[in-house]
Write a protein that binds this ligand. Structure first.
Ligand code: HPA
Length: 412
Protein backbone atom coordinates (compact mmCIF):
# COMPACT_ATOMS: atom_id res chain seq x y z
CA UNK A 1 0.00 0.00 0.00
CA UNK A 2 1.20 3.49 -0.81
CA UNK A 3 1.34 5.98 2.07
CA UNK A 4 1.01 9.66 1.24
CA UNK A 5 1.78 12.49 3.64
CA UNK A 6 0.14 15.63 2.37
CA UNK A 7 1.72 18.97 3.16
CA UNK A 8 0.45 22.54 3.02
CA UNK A 9 -2.16 22.84 0.29
CA UNK A 10 -2.76 19.11 0.16
CA UNK A 11 -5.00 18.24 3.08
CA UNK A 12 -7.11 15.93 0.98
CA UNK A 13 -6.83 14.04 -2.25
CA UNK A 14 -9.75 14.67 -4.56
CA UNK A 15 -9.03 11.57 -6.62
CA UNK A 16 -8.80 9.28 -3.62
CA UNK A 17 -11.71 6.90 -3.66
CA UNK A 18 -12.13 6.86 0.13
CA UNK A 19 -13.09 3.59 1.77
CA UNK A 20 -12.78 4.59 5.40
CA UNK A 21 -11.04 6.77 7.94
CA UNK A 22 -9.35 5.43 11.00
CA UNK A 23 -8.08 7.02 14.18
CA UNK A 24 -4.79 5.23 14.81
CA UNK A 25 -2.98 5.41 18.13
CA UNK A 26 0.71 4.67 18.35
CA UNK A 27 3.22 4.23 21.17
CA UNK A 28 4.38 7.72 20.18
CA UNK A 29 1.02 9.43 20.51
CA UNK A 30 -1.51 10.45 17.92
CA UNK A 31 -0.80 11.21 14.27
CA UNK A 32 -1.81 14.56 12.83
CA UNK A 33 -5.30 13.23 12.15
CA UNK A 34 -7.24 10.12 11.27
CA UNK A 35 -5.71 8.13 8.44
CA UNK A 36 -7.76 8.09 5.25
CA UNK A 37 -7.78 4.78 3.41
CA UNK A 38 -8.86 4.31 -0.16
CA UNK A 39 -7.77 3.70 -3.69
CA UNK A 40 -6.28 5.81 -6.42
CA UNK A 41 -6.80 3.89 -9.63
CA UNK A 42 -5.80 0.36 -8.84
CA UNK A 43 -3.55 1.24 -5.95
CA UNK A 44 -4.41 1.06 -2.26
CA UNK A 45 -3.51 4.29 -0.56
CA UNK A 46 -3.38 5.55 3.00
CA UNK A 47 -3.22 9.31 3.43
CA UNK A 48 -2.51 11.64 6.32
CA UNK A 49 -2.43 15.43 6.30
CA UNK A 50 0.84 16.39 8.00
CA UNK A 51 -0.47 19.63 9.49
CA UNK A 52 -3.89 18.20 10.37
CA UNK A 53 -6.98 18.40 8.22
CA UNK A 54 -7.61 21.99 9.26
CA UNK A 55 -3.92 22.89 8.88
CA UNK A 56 -3.53 23.68 12.57
CA UNK A 57 -0.25 21.94 13.46
CA UNK A 58 2.93 23.96 12.84
CA UNK A 59 6.02 22.17 11.47
CA UNK A 60 7.89 21.99 14.79
CA UNK A 61 4.88 20.44 16.56
CA UNK A 62 3.99 17.77 14.01
CA UNK A 63 4.18 14.34 15.62
CA UNK A 64 6.42 12.90 12.90
CA UNK A 65 6.98 9.70 14.83
CA UNK A 66 3.28 9.00 15.23
CA UNK A 67 2.57 9.80 11.57
CA UNK A 68 5.26 7.47 10.26
CA UNK A 69 4.53 4.73 12.77
CA UNK A 70 0.80 4.88 12.01
CA UNK A 71 1.39 4.66 8.26
CA UNK A 72 3.78 1.76 8.62
CA UNK A 73 1.64 -0.17 11.07
CA UNK A 74 -1.37 0.33 8.80
CA UNK A 75 0.43 -1.42 5.97
CA UNK A 76 2.16 1.37 4.02
CA UNK A 77 5.04 -0.27 2.18
CA UNK A 78 6.19 2.96 0.52
CA UNK A 79 5.67 6.55 1.59
CA UNK A 80 5.52 9.63 -0.59
CA UNK A 81 5.78 12.96 1.16
CA UNK A 82 4.36 16.00 -0.56
CA UNK A 83 5.89 19.17 0.82
CA UNK A 84 5.88 22.84 -0.04
CA UNK A 85 9.27 24.53 -0.06
CA UNK A 86 11.05 27.77 -0.82
CA UNK A 87 13.29 27.81 -3.89
CA UNK A 88 16.95 28.79 -3.53
CA UNK A 89 18.54 27.51 -6.75
CA UNK A 90 18.00 29.66 -9.83
CA UNK A 91 15.84 27.14 -11.68
CA UNK A 92 13.65 26.41 -8.67
CA UNK A 93 11.14 29.23 -8.78
CA UNK A 94 7.51 29.21 -7.68
CA UNK A 95 5.45 26.40 -9.21
CA UNK A 96 8.42 24.15 -9.95
CA UNK A 97 8.27 20.52 -8.81
CA UNK A 98 11.40 18.87 -7.44
CA UNK A 99 12.19 15.35 -6.28
CA UNK A 100 15.18 16.03 -4.01
CA UNK A 101 18.01 13.56 -3.57
CA UNK A 102 19.74 14.91 -0.43
CA UNK A 103 18.95 16.57 2.88
CA UNK A 104 20.71 18.86 5.31
CA UNK A 105 19.05 18.96 8.70
CA UNK A 106 18.95 22.28 10.58
CA UNK A 107 16.03 21.39 12.82
CA UNK A 108 16.38 21.04 16.57
CA UNK A 109 14.38 19.91 19.57
CA UNK A 110 12.14 17.57 17.59
CA UNK A 111 11.50 13.93 18.53
CA UNK A 112 13.69 12.58 15.77
CA UNK A 113 14.19 8.88 16.50
CA UNK A 114 12.24 5.80 17.51
CA UNK A 115 15.19 4.78 19.66
CA UNK A 116 14.44 6.07 23.08
CA UNK A 117 17.25 4.37 24.96
CA UNK A 118 15.35 1.31 26.19
CA UNK A 119 16.77 -2.16 26.56
CA UNK A 120 17.60 -2.86 22.91
CA UNK A 121 20.98 -2.23 21.32
CA UNK A 122 21.64 1.14 19.73
CA UNK A 123 21.14 0.99 15.98
CA UNK A 124 22.75 3.45 13.59
CA UNK A 125 20.82 3.48 10.33
CA UNK A 126 22.61 4.27 7.09
CA UNK A 127 21.36 7.60 5.76
CA UNK A 128 23.91 8.29 3.03
CA UNK A 129 21.08 8.49 0.53
CA UNK A 130 18.16 9.72 2.57
CA UNK A 131 15.54 9.05 -0.11
CA UNK A 132 14.65 5.68 -1.58
CA UNK A 133 15.69 5.34 -5.22
CA UNK A 134 12.63 3.33 -6.29
CA UNK A 135 10.13 5.77 -4.76
CA UNK A 136 12.02 8.70 -6.30
CA UNK A 137 11.82 6.99 -9.69
CA UNK A 138 8.16 6.29 -9.21
CA UNK A 139 7.54 10.00 -8.59
CA UNK A 140 9.64 11.07 -11.57
CA UNK A 141 7.95 8.64 -13.91
CA UNK A 142 4.43 9.34 -12.74
CA UNK A 143 5.09 13.04 -13.21
CA UNK A 144 6.45 12.58 -16.70
CA UNK A 145 3.62 10.26 -17.68
CA UNK A 146 1.16 13.07 -17.09
CA UNK A 147 3.39 15.57 -18.87
CA UNK A 148 4.62 17.33 -15.71
CA UNK A 149 8.16 18.60 -15.68
CA UNK A 150 10.00 17.73 -12.50
CA UNK A 151 13.55 18.47 -11.49
CA UNK A 152 15.35 15.26 -10.65
CA UNK A 153 17.51 15.96 -7.63
CA UNK A 154 18.19 18.81 -5.28
CA UNK A 155 19.47 19.33 -1.76
CA UNK A 156 16.69 19.96 0.72
CA UNK A 157 17.51 22.09 3.76
CA UNK A 158 15.17 21.35 6.67
CA UNK A 159 14.77 24.43 8.86
CA UNK A 160 13.02 24.69 12.18
CA UNK A 161 10.28 27.21 11.40
CA UNK A 162 7.63 28.22 11.88
CA UNK A 163 9.14 31.57 10.95
CA UNK A 164 10.62 31.84 7.50
CA UNK A 165 14.36 32.36 7.12
CA UNK A 166 16.35 35.57 6.97
CA UNK A 167 18.07 36.44 3.69
CA UNK A 168 21.45 35.78 5.36
CA UNK A 169 20.29 32.37 6.52
CA UNK A 170 19.31 31.52 2.96
CA UNK A 171 22.75 32.72 1.79
CA UNK A 172 24.29 30.37 4.31
CA UNK A 173 22.09 27.46 3.25
CA UNK A 174 23.13 28.09 -0.32
CA UNK A 175 26.80 28.11 0.64
CA UNK A 176 26.15 24.80 2.38
CA UNK A 177 24.89 23.45 -0.93
CA UNK A 178 21.13 23.61 -0.36
CA UNK A 179 18.76 24.11 -3.30
CA UNK A 180 15.43 24.10 -1.48
CA UNK A 181 14.26 24.99 1.96
CA UNK A 182 11.37 23.54 3.89
CA UNK A 183 10.38 22.88 7.49
CA UNK A 184 9.07 19.32 7.51
CA UNK A 185 11.51 17.08 5.65
CA UNK A 186 13.23 16.13 8.88
CA UNK A 187 12.92 14.11 10.99
CA UNK A 188 10.32 12.54 8.69
CA UNK A 189 12.82 11.04 6.26
CA UNK A 190 15.05 9.66 9.01
CA UNK A 191 12.11 8.09 10.82
CA UNK A 192 11.03 6.36 7.61
CA UNK A 193 14.56 4.98 7.30
CA UNK A 194 14.55 3.73 10.90
CA UNK A 195 11.38 1.78 10.09
CA UNK A 196 12.90 0.68 6.76
CA UNK A 197 9.99 2.20 4.87
CA UNK A 198 11.03 3.34 1.37
CA UNK A 199 10.38 7.08 1.35
CA UNK A 200 10.80 10.00 -1.05
CA UNK A 201 9.55 13.55 -1.28
CA UNK A 202 7.83 15.54 -3.97
CA UNK A 203 8.54 19.19 -3.28
CA UNK A 204 6.40 21.97 -4.63
CA UNK A 205 8.14 25.34 -4.72
CA UNK A 206 5.67 27.82 -3.24
CA UNK A 207 7.90 30.89 -3.22
CA UNK A 208 11.41 32.17 -3.76
CA UNK A 209 13.33 31.75 -0.52
CA UNK A 210 14.04 34.92 1.47
CA UNK A 211 16.25 37.37 -0.42
CA UNK A 212 15.83 35.53 -3.75
CA UNK A 213 13.80 36.48 -6.82
CA UNK A 214 10.61 38.36 -5.98
CA UNK A 215 11.27 37.60 -2.30
CA UNK A 216 14.27 39.96 -2.40
CA UNK A 217 12.44 42.30 -0.01
CA UNK A 218 10.12 39.85 1.72
CA UNK A 219 7.93 36.87 1.01
CA UNK A 220 4.48 37.71 -0.30
CA UNK A 221 1.98 35.37 1.26
CA UNK A 222 -0.94 36.13 -1.06
CA UNK A 223 0.84 34.84 -4.19
CA UNK A 224 2.22 31.90 -2.20
CA UNK A 225 -1.29 30.55 -1.54
CA UNK A 226 -2.23 30.81 -5.20
CA UNK A 227 0.96 29.11 -6.41
CA UNK A 228 0.51 26.29 -3.92
CA UNK A 229 -3.12 25.81 -4.85
CA UNK A 230 -2.30 25.52 -8.54
CA UNK A 231 0.73 23.29 -8.00
CA UNK A 232 -1.17 20.95 -5.72
CA UNK A 233 -3.84 20.53 -8.39
CA UNK A 234 -1.03 19.31 -10.65
CA UNK A 235 0.28 17.04 -7.91
CA UNK A 236 -3.17 15.49 -7.47
CA UNK A 237 -3.22 14.80 -11.19
CA UNK A 238 0.16 13.09 -10.88
CA UNK A 239 -1.05 10.71 -8.27
CA UNK A 240 -3.28 9.28 -10.95
CA UNK A 241 -3.13 5.65 -11.83
CA UNK A 242 -4.17 2.99 -14.25
CA UNK A 243 -7.71 3.70 -15.44
CA UNK A 244 -10.39 1.41 -14.10
CA UNK A 245 -13.24 -0.23 -15.95
CA UNK A 246 -16.09 2.25 -16.23
CA UNK A 247 -13.78 4.97 -17.49
CA UNK A 248 -14.95 5.80 -21.03
CA UNK A 249 -11.33 6.10 -22.22
CA UNK A 250 -11.01 2.33 -21.87
CA UNK A 251 -13.82 1.84 -24.39
CA UNK A 252 -12.28 3.74 -27.30
CA UNK A 253 -10.84 2.18 -30.41
CA UNK A 254 -7.28 3.46 -30.11
CA UNK A 255 -5.48 5.32 -32.91
CA UNK A 256 -2.54 3.80 -34.80
CA UNK A 257 0.96 5.10 -34.12
CA UNK A 258 2.23 7.03 -37.14
CA UNK A 259 5.76 8.04 -36.05
CA UNK A 260 8.36 5.74 -34.52
CA UNK A 261 11.53 6.45 -32.58
CA UNK A 262 10.14 9.74 -31.27
CA UNK A 263 10.87 11.04 -27.76
CA UNK A 264 7.11 10.89 -27.07
CA UNK A 265 6.95 7.19 -27.92
CA UNK A 266 10.06 6.49 -25.83
CA UNK A 267 8.55 8.33 -22.87
CA UNK A 268 5.24 6.50 -23.27
CA UNK A 269 6.98 3.12 -23.28
CA UNK A 270 9.05 4.02 -20.25
CA UNK A 271 5.92 4.99 -18.36
CA UNK A 272 4.13 1.84 -19.45
CA UNK A 273 7.02 -0.38 -18.36
CA UNK A 274 7.24 1.33 -15.00
CA UNK A 275 3.52 1.11 -14.41
CA UNK A 276 3.45 -2.54 -15.38
CA UNK A 277 6.45 -3.41 -13.22
CA UNK A 278 5.23 -1.40 -10.31
CA UNK A 279 1.85 -3.10 -10.32
CA UNK A 280 3.24 -6.54 -11.14
CA UNK A 281 1.24 -6.79 -14.33
CA UNK A 282 1.78 -9.30 -17.10
CA UNK A 283 1.09 -6.70 -19.74
CA UNK A 284 -0.28 -3.23 -20.28
CA UNK A 285 -1.99 -1.37 -23.09
CA UNK A 286 -1.56 2.38 -23.62
CA UNK A 287 -5.31 3.09 -23.20
CA UNK A 288 -5.03 1.78 -19.64
CA UNK A 289 -2.97 4.84 -18.72
CA UNK A 290 -5.22 7.11 -20.73
CA UNK A 291 -3.15 7.21 -23.93
CA UNK A 292 -5.20 6.72 -27.07
CA UNK A 293 -2.64 4.78 -29.12
CA UNK A 294 -2.30 1.21 -30.40
CA UNK A 295 0.63 0.26 -28.20
CA UNK A 296 0.87 -2.74 -25.89
CA UNK A 297 3.68 -4.22 -23.87
CA UNK A 298 3.83 -7.64 -22.26
CA UNK A 299 6.07 -10.45 -21.23
CA UNK A 300 9.39 -10.78 -19.54
CA UNK A 301 7.85 -12.89 -16.82
CA UNK A 302 7.17 -16.50 -16.04
CA UNK A 303 3.56 -17.45 -15.45
CA UNK A 304 3.43 -18.48 -11.77
CA UNK A 305 0.84 -21.12 -12.59
CA UNK A 306 3.19 -22.74 -15.09
CA UNK A 307 6.66 -21.95 -13.77
CA UNK A 308 8.17 -24.41 -16.22
CA UNK A 309 6.44 -23.02 -19.32
CA UNK A 310 8.60 -20.80 -21.52
CA UNK A 311 8.52 -17.18 -20.43
CA UNK A 312 6.56 -14.85 -22.67
CA UNK A 313 9.14 -12.74 -24.53
CA UNK A 314 9.52 -9.18 -23.37
CA UNK A 315 7.62 -7.38 -26.12
CA UNK A 316 6.65 -3.94 -27.37
CA UNK A 317 3.93 -4.40 -29.93
CA UNK A 318 2.67 -1.41 -31.88
CA UNK A 319 -0.23 -1.33 -34.36
CA UNK A 320 -0.75 -5.08 -33.93
CA UNK A 321 -2.66 -7.38 -36.22
CA UNK A 322 -3.74 -10.75 -34.92
CA UNK A 323 -4.83 -13.79 -36.93
CA UNK A 324 -6.11 -16.87 -35.10
CA UNK A 325 -4.46 -20.12 -36.16
CA UNK A 326 -7.03 -22.32 -34.45
CA UNK A 327 -10.74 -22.47 -33.98
CA UNK A 328 -9.99 -24.18 -30.70
CA UNK A 329 -10.48 -22.14 -27.56
CA UNK A 330 -9.25 -22.68 -24.08
CA UNK A 331 -10.71 -21.13 -20.95
CA UNK A 332 -8.61 -19.88 -18.10
CA UNK A 333 -8.64 -17.26 -15.35
CA UNK A 334 -7.72 -13.69 -16.21
CA UNK A 335 -7.22 -10.58 -14.20
CA UNK A 336 -6.62 -7.02 -15.33
CA UNK A 337 -4.99 -3.96 -13.79
CA UNK A 338 -8.06 -2.00 -14.94
CA UNK A 339 -10.42 -4.39 -13.15
CA UNK A 340 -8.61 -4.65 -9.83
CA UNK A 341 -9.57 -7.32 -7.36
CA UNK A 342 -11.61 -9.41 -9.82
CA UNK A 343 -10.96 -12.52 -11.86
CA UNK A 344 -12.92 -14.13 -14.66
CA UNK A 345 -12.89 -17.35 -16.65
CA UNK A 346 -12.19 -16.25 -20.21
CA UNK A 347 -12.14 -18.21 -23.48
CA UNK A 348 -9.28 -17.41 -25.85
CA UNK A 349 -7.94 -18.92 -29.06
CA UNK A 350 -5.15 -21.36 -28.29
CA UNK A 351 -2.92 -20.52 -31.26
CA UNK A 352 -2.41 -17.33 -33.19
CA UNK A 353 -0.15 -15.34 -35.43
CA UNK A 354 0.56 -11.70 -34.71
CA UNK A 355 2.50 -8.98 -36.39
CA UNK A 356 3.25 -5.39 -35.63
CA UNK A 357 6.09 -2.94 -35.05
CA UNK A 358 8.61 -2.38 -32.29
CA UNK A 359 9.45 1.08 -30.97
CA UNK A 360 11.95 1.73 -33.75
CA UNK A 361 9.35 0.92 -36.42
CA UNK A 362 10.81 -2.48 -37.28
CA UNK A 363 8.10 -4.89 -38.39
CA UNK A 364 8.07 -8.32 -36.77
CA UNK A 365 5.80 -11.32 -36.60
CA UNK A 366 5.39 -14.34 -34.37
CA UNK A 367 3.22 -17.29 -33.65
CA UNK A 368 2.07 -17.84 -30.11
CA UNK A 369 0.20 -20.43 -28.15
CA UNK A 370 -1.15 -21.01 -24.67
CA UNK A 371 -0.45 -18.31 -22.11
CA UNK A 372 1.54 -16.22 -24.59
CA UNK A 373 -1.44 -16.22 -27.00
CA UNK A 374 -3.79 -15.34 -24.14
CA UNK A 375 -1.71 -12.34 -23.06
CA UNK A 376 -1.55 -11.03 -26.65
CA UNK A 377 -5.32 -11.33 -27.06
CA UNK A 378 -6.00 -9.73 -23.70
CA UNK A 379 -3.72 -6.73 -24.34
CA UNK A 380 -4.79 -6.19 -27.95
CA UNK A 381 -8.43 -6.28 -26.86
CA UNK A 382 -7.72 -3.09 -24.90
CA UNK A 383 -6.91 -1.35 -28.18
CA UNK A 384 -10.45 -2.00 -29.35
CA UNK A 385 -12.10 -1.00 -26.12
CA UNK A 386 -12.68 -4.57 -24.94
CA UNK A 387 -12.02 -5.60 -21.35
CA UNK A 388 -11.88 -9.25 -20.36
CA UNK A 389 -15.17 -9.22 -18.36
CA UNK A 390 -16.92 -8.53 -21.68
CA UNK A 391 -15.66 -11.92 -22.85
CA UNK A 392 -16.70 -13.93 -19.81
CA UNK A 393 -19.42 -16.43 -20.75
CA UNK A 394 -19.90 -18.21 -17.47
CA UNK A 395 -20.59 -15.60 -14.84
CA UNK A 396 -20.52 -18.21 -12.10
CA UNK A 397 -16.78 -17.98 -12.71
CA UNK A 398 -16.39 -14.25 -12.29
CA UNK A 399 -15.78 -12.62 -8.95
CA UNK A 400 -13.50 -11.20 -6.35
CA UNK A 401 -10.13 -12.82 -5.88
CA UNK A 402 -10.52 -13.47 -2.17
CA UNK A 403 -13.96 -14.97 -2.64
CA UNK A 404 -12.92 -17.18 -5.57
CA UNK A 405 -9.91 -18.54 -3.69
CA UNK A 406 -7.81 -19.16 -6.81
CA UNK A 407 -4.19 -20.08 -7.22
CA UNK A 408 -1.99 -17.13 -8.24
CA UNK A 409 -3.41 -15.51 -11.36
CA UNK A 410 -1.36 -12.64 -12.65
CA UNK A 411 -3.01 -9.45 -13.78
CA UNK A 412 -2.91 -8.66 -17.45
N1 HPA B 1 11.21 28.46 3.79
C1 HPA B 1 10.94 27.38 4.55
N2 HPA B 1 9.89 26.60 4.33
C2 HPA B 1 9.06 26.92 3.32
C3 HPA B 1 9.28 28.05 2.53
C4 HPA B 1 10.41 28.84 2.77
O1 HPA B 1 10.67 29.86 2.08
N3 HPA B 1 8.26 28.08 1.62
C5 HPA B 1 7.46 27.01 1.87
N4 HPA B 1 7.94 26.32 2.91
Amino acid sequence: MLGIIGGSGLTQLANLDVSHREVVRTPYGEPSGPLTFGRIGSRDVVFVARHGYGHTIPPHLVNYRANMHALESSGATQVVSVASVGGIRGDMGPGVLVVPHQIIDYTWGREMTFQSGGDGPVIHVDFTDPYDAAVRNLLLHVARSVGEEVIDGGVYAATQGPRLETAAEIDRLQRDGADLVGMTGMPEAALARELAVPYAALCVVANWAAGRGDSAHGIKFDSLEAVLHLAMTRVREMIREVLRMGDPRLLRVARPVTAFGTPQLTALLRDMRDTMAHLDGAGLAAPQIGIDLRVVIFGGMVNPRYPDAPAVPDTVLINPEIAPLSVAEEEDWEGCLSVPGLRGWVPRRTHLHYLGFDETGRRFERTAEGFHARVVQHECDHLDGVLYPMRVRDFTRFGFVEALNLPGVIEE
